[in-house]
Design a protein around this ligand. Structure first.
Ligand SMILES: *Cc1c(COP(=O)(O)O)cnc(C)c1O
Length: 362
């Protein structure tokens, strides 16, 4: 059976490892979107709360509601809320990120009609990623609107396009300098100190001089930091394990899988595993791009990945039906396999399907 083992001790290790890098006054937003990067958002969020994290973030309201229902009471940012989810955000005491004039006006309307005041919000500016965010020309508009708004601005931020690129990086420098101007304008407009943030996990490692008031860490909590040497201070929290369902002896010239995706060049053995593209072990891991570990040795995927199963060549690896298989774990890193298949650890992890049973190691 395929199991995803999630080690909360390693989460704790990563949390403190990241925390130690921060300026002592910098607070942490733990990003637990997409089921905590494919793991298990409730227990992960709960553990982060116990460790003392100041805030959490999800992408969409439904994910925040799930956490509230799990009993999480600390602030939860919603990074990408469509306007249709604003009502639910208020009902569950979530903190939306406002990113456009349209989202601003609609949230003013919703907050007012719920008769709320000083509702916590976050403001996002687009400084060059060109995803969501107020344009840099909107700062004056935002500042003016804030004067009579029913909001309490918790934080103001932007998102960088390439924090893992080697320094100096012109694009990042441009984004930071635009954000500094935004910070200055906001600071000048009010008496109380405003709180700002810029950085994701790679940014925490690459830009220690810009930790500011908050950082938004996701992948780092789960053990990856997009750079070999940064990875050294972290431990992957997830191990994906399964067992061999069946073994076949294959003769030279026989083919394996749909569309005869692979043809044996010699007599060999293959193992059939109960995981497929419906579980997030996607087609790009087929045809030797992906692998598993059996008895400490790498067995490459042969042929195309099926929806529910995958075939690997075990050749002379000493193993029998039922043997344990490590898909992702020590010796088979998610970031390495992802890179080999032309994607990134974020996608491999967050795509882990619901059919995979999660087991917590405490
Ligand atoms: C997902 C996300 C993050 C976390 O990024 P990591 O690279 O996983 O640390 C930070 N900020 C925003 C806006 C995000 O969407």
């Amino acid at each position: 059976m395929t199991l995803l083992e999630i080690d909360l001790k390693k989460l704790e290790y990563n949390y403190f490892s990241l925390r130690k890098k921060l300026n002592p006054r910098t607070k942490m937003i733990g990003v637990v979107k997409s089921n905590a990067y494919g793991s298990l958002s409730g227990p992960i969020a709960q553990k982060l709360v116990e460790l003392g994290i100041e805030s959490l973030a999800v992408a969409y309201a439904s994910e925040g509601i799930q956490l509230r229902e799990y009993g999480i009471q600390i602030p939860i940012l919603v990074f990408y809320p469509p306007i249709e989810s604003f009502k639910e955000i208020i009902l569950h005491n979530l903190e939306p990120v406002l990113y456009s004039k349209r989202s601003w006006k609609e949230f003013v309307h919703q907050v007012s009609s719920h008769k709320k005041t000083a509702y916590p919000i976050h403001i996002k500016y687009n400084t060059g990623l060109n995803r969501i965010g107020f344009s840099t020309q909107d700062v004056e508009w935002v500042i003016e609107e804030l004067k009579n708004s029913p909001f309490e601005v918790k934080t103001i931020y932007t998102h960088l396009a390439q924090t893992e690129s080697p320094k100096p990086d012109i694009k990042t420098e441009n984004q930071i300098s635009l954000f500094k101007e935004i910070m200055q304008k906001h600071d000048q407009s009010v008496k109380q100190k405003q709180e700002y943030h810029l950085l994701n996990t790679s940014g925490v490692f690459n830009y220690p001089e810009y930790h500011l008031d908050w950082v938004r860490v996701g992948i780092g909590l789960y053990g990856f930091a997009n750079h070999r040497s940064w990875n050294e201070s972290l431990q992957p929290i997830a191990q994906l394990k399964t067992n061999i369902t069946q073994i076949h002896e294959i003769k030279t010239g026989e083919t394996v899988g749909y569309n005869s995706g692979w043809k044996a060049a010699k007599n060999t053995r293959i193992a059939i595993l109960p995981i497929g593209h419906a579980d997030g072990f996607s087609r790009p891991y087929g045809n030797g791009k992906g692998w598993v570990l059996i008895n400490g040795r790498k067995a490459p995927v042969v042929g195309n990945v099926c929806m529910d199963m995958v075939m690997v060549e075990i050749d002379d690896i000493n193993c029998a039906e039922g043997a344990e298989v490590i898909v992702i774990g020590e010796g088979s890193r998610a970031d390495e396999m992802a890179e080999n298949a032309g994607t990134i650890s974020y996608e491999l992890l967050s795509a882990m399907g619901n059919r995979i049973k999660r087991v917590l190691k405490k």
